[in-house]
Design a binder for this molecule. Structure first.
Ligand code: NAP
Length: 321
């Protein structure tokens, strides 16, 4: 079967090569005007969309422009940029890449927590600015000792984060929509209750309507002045304005953010806060893991082209597989 793949978003060269080896590949233009023009008269024979960013949304309007698309393959485990209900209505399978990035993202959660607590980027700047050599003392920092870690979303990544923190002799608790059987950590049935009982909140839930703004001003207040917020999930999970206010007023102590509400835009108000840590959505961004994710995208397309079935459908489209 001839497979024509439309790639939405910028992918690394080795990943493009993997796709090109087996399929005909088209790129959705990145420039807004060129993209709009392309979508006015899109090629009718596209049967797979590969998506890896939030622009454009893979929604009903976009899917209707591609009547022969039968598969949307999302590069990444989160697929909140895809309207799965619209896909199901049109009989379109949606895949994602769970598992292969779990450890990488969990490592980032741990690294960001320590970076925020121990002010590692700030200390790096201090050395580079010659302030150490000219006799200044670097200020003392927050500590992981005695902390209570609260994990929001104890799935694959949340559990891997929890396992890492077990090695640090700290208390671990979690919130998800239902308690996980056999888990040794204390369960809280709301984010607010979890924030009230802990001081280091690590977000590992999916984005989308169900989690939009669940970390709000009230939750941040409950986390308290010793509180640390680490977001490795999606920017939409946090009310960004409330976070900026909480960090500016000392309602919480600090934050480490891998994800933002309107990426790649990061509000100036966040950039101006020197005591927080900001990274550009690089949770899974290592050579090895990005390649493993790309291979899973390609394996899904190849499997679909050969058998009509995919390897890792998202739960909402499993019944179509
Ligand atoms: P997962 O295994 O599906 O885990 C998600 C967890 O969130 C589940 O335990 C689920 O438990 C919980 N959950 C879902 N909806 C919830 C809600 N409304 N309220 C509270 N808890 C909720 O997914 P994963 O593989 O760990 O990935 C998690 C997310 O990490 C992805 O969806 C993605 O957004 C993000 N991510 C970020 C990066 C990065 O680069 N920063 C990389 C990869 C993934 P219940 O069903 O019991 O609620």
């Amino acid at each position: 079967m001839s497979v024509k793949v439309l790639v939405c978003g910028s992918i690394l060269a080795p990943i493009r090569e993997l796709l090109r080896e087996e399929f005909e590949v088209l790129d959705l233009p990145a420039d807004a005007a060129a993209q709009a023009a392309f979508l006015q008269t899109p090629p009718a024979d596209v049967n797979v969309i590969v998506t890896l960013s939030h622009v454009p949304l893979i929604d009903a309007a976009l899917l209707d422009r591609f009547p022969n698309v039968r598969l949307v393959a999302s590069f990444g485990v989160g697929y909140d940029q895809v309207d799965t209900a619209a896909a199901v209505e049109r009989g379109i399978l949606v895949t994602h890449s769970p598992g292969v990035l779990t450890d990488e993202v969990a490592d980032m959660g741990l690294a960001l927590t320590l970076a925020a607590l121990r002010s590692i980027p700030q200390a790096d700047r201090f050395v580079r600015d010659n302030r150490w050599e000219t006799g200044e003392k670097y200020p003392l920092t927050l500590s992981l000792r005695g902390r209570k870690i609260g994990i929001v979303g104890l799935g694959r990544i949340g559990s891997a984060v929890a396992r890492r923190f077990e090695g640090f002799n700290v208390e671990i608790a979690y919130h998800s929509r239902s308690p996980k059987p056999g888990v040794p950590y204390r369960y809280f049935d709301s984010v607010l209750a979890l924030a009230g009982a802990t001081d280091t909140l690590i977000l590992t839930v999916p984005g989308g309507a169900g989690t939009r703004g669940i970390v709000n001003a009230e939750v941040l207040k409950a986390l308290g002045p010793n509180g640390v917020l680490v977001n490795i999930s999606r920017g939409s999970v946090v009310d960004e304005d409330a976070l900026i206010a909480a960090l500016s007023s000392g309602t919480i102590a600090t934050a480490a953010l891998d994800v933002f509400a309107h990426e790649p835009h990061v509000p100036d108000a966040l950039k101006k806060l020197d005591h927080i840590v900001l990274v550009p959505h690089t949770g899974s961004a290592t050579f090895a893991t990005r390649l493993a994710m790309a291979k899973l995208v390609v394996d899904n397309i190849r499997s679909w082209a050969g058998t009509g079935k995919v390897l890792t459908p998202v739960p909402e489209t499993k019944h179509l597989n």
